[in-house]
Design a protein around this ligand. Structure first.
Ligand SMILES: [Zn+2]
Length: 373
């Protein structure tokens, strides 16, 4: 079966994150078993009561220590109902269109094609394919594996559309919900209340100053080369003539490697403490909802150097969340790498260039030879 045919079969399986990924896992499992790999399922039930599975297919009998892991997520973002060919791989002008074609079923198809001509009994060092659940909604499957630590890995190629550029570092992703309280009153008599919106505005002004200060801690190689901060959503108040009793906003920050993921949170807590000095009534709750670590694999790692040489592309950095930190937690030098462009992922009409798909397959074959034979 060609790598395009494999990709077509993968795209045909609807694996939007909200659904169970059991169907695509069964497909991957049978393909890996046919190639002589041992497979192990790591099932769980997600918060919505839906069955989710991580799958590890490996060549060793012990599975405790993997030399090279090829990691691909099984889920995709949703697709518009008007995109009639979302689940039908469609070729045009050297591009292969379909939901997940770019992110990240092209890489998954390349891993399956790469192991087809490998005799697992001939490998000197263990190779594994790792297929995860729920990457698109917070890398949840990979985080479960990282927490359970069922194996250790030395090198991991995490499949994401990077245009075949090896990405050896990435910013973290953190999110908090902030609720500021006030006291409602008739707006004609503001002195009887306390505006949660004015209070939130003061805090947000401080957060903007924090964002400015963060620019001085630079990590070259990132765009932009510092931790960024965003207040993306704000809600508050109940009517135009009522002093607002509550105001909520989201705070998102993307920390550079080497900076603790809670650094920004601590600065914000400090700002709250400052504001409380002038306004003892200032009540603010911070719900730290998410803290995905940044990651960095050294430029002189054998995996970075191999992928740089094999692809002809200099190593770079990614600004989006990936499963690389989870693989690092499992002991690996992790590099994010795969065919396609992240800028067309998640869009109606996402596609992977066919030549990049083939080149990825080539490079994965070389990687197996380099690290496992
Ligand atoms: Zn992805």
């Amino acid at each position: 079966m060609t790598v395009e045919e494999t990709l077509a079969e993968l795209v045909a399986i609807d694996s939007v994150s909200s659904r169970s990924n059991a169907e695509i896992i069964s497909y991957l499992e049978s393909r890996c078993e046919a190639a002589g790999f041992n497979v192990k399922r790591f099932p769980h039930v997600d918060d919505g009561g839906v069955a989710k599975i991580n799958l590890v297919a490996h060549t060793s009998t012990a599975e405790a220590a993997i030399e090279l892991a090829l990691v691909g997520h099984t889920d995709t973002v949703p697709y518009e109902p008007t995109w009639n060919e979302a689940l039908k791989l469609t070729a045009k002008d050297g591009k292969l269109f379909g939901r997940g074609a770019c992110d990240t079923k092209a890489f998954v198809a390349a891993t399956l094609a790469a192991i087809e001509n490998v005799d697992p009994t001939q490998l000197k060092k263990p190779l594994a394919l790792i297929f995860t659940a729920d990457e698109e909604i917070g890398c949840l499957g990979a985080k479960r594996l990282a927490a359970a630590k069922p194996f250790a890995a030395r090198y991991a190629i995490v499949g994401e559309p990077t245009g075949l550029q090896p990405m050896r570092a990435g910013k973290g992703y953190c999110l908090a919900g902030i609720s500021v309280r006030g006291r409602e009153a008739h707006s004609a008599y503001p002195g009887l209340g306390a505006s949660a919106i004015f209070r939130a505005a003061r805090l947000i002004e401080r957060i903007e100053r924090i964002a400015e200060e963060l620019k001085s801690d630079r990590r070259e190689g990132f765009d932009p080369p510092y931790t960024t901060v965003n207040v993306g959503i704000i809600n508050g108040g109940s009517a135009k003539n009522v002093v607002a009793g509550e105001c909520h906003f989201t705070l998102e920050w993307r920390p550079i490697p080497g900076q603790q993921s809670d650094h920004v949170l601590n600065l914000v807590k400090q700002a709250v403490a400052d504001l409380q000095q002038y306004d003892s009534d200032f009540v603010c709750e911070i719900d730290a909802a998410r803290a995905d670590e940044s990651f960095e694999t050294r430029a002189d790692s054998a995996l970075v150097q191999f992928l740089e040489q094999a692809s002809g592309n200099a190593p770079g950095t990614v600004a989006f969340g990936t499963e690389a930190p989870s693989m690092i937690a499992l002991g690996a030098d992790a590099v994010v790498f795969g065919p396609g462009d992240i800028r067309v992922a998640h869009r109606t009409g996402e596609f992977v260039p066919a030549d990049q798909l083939h080149e990825c397959l080539n490079i994965l074959r070389q990687a197996i030879a380099r690290f496992c034979m």
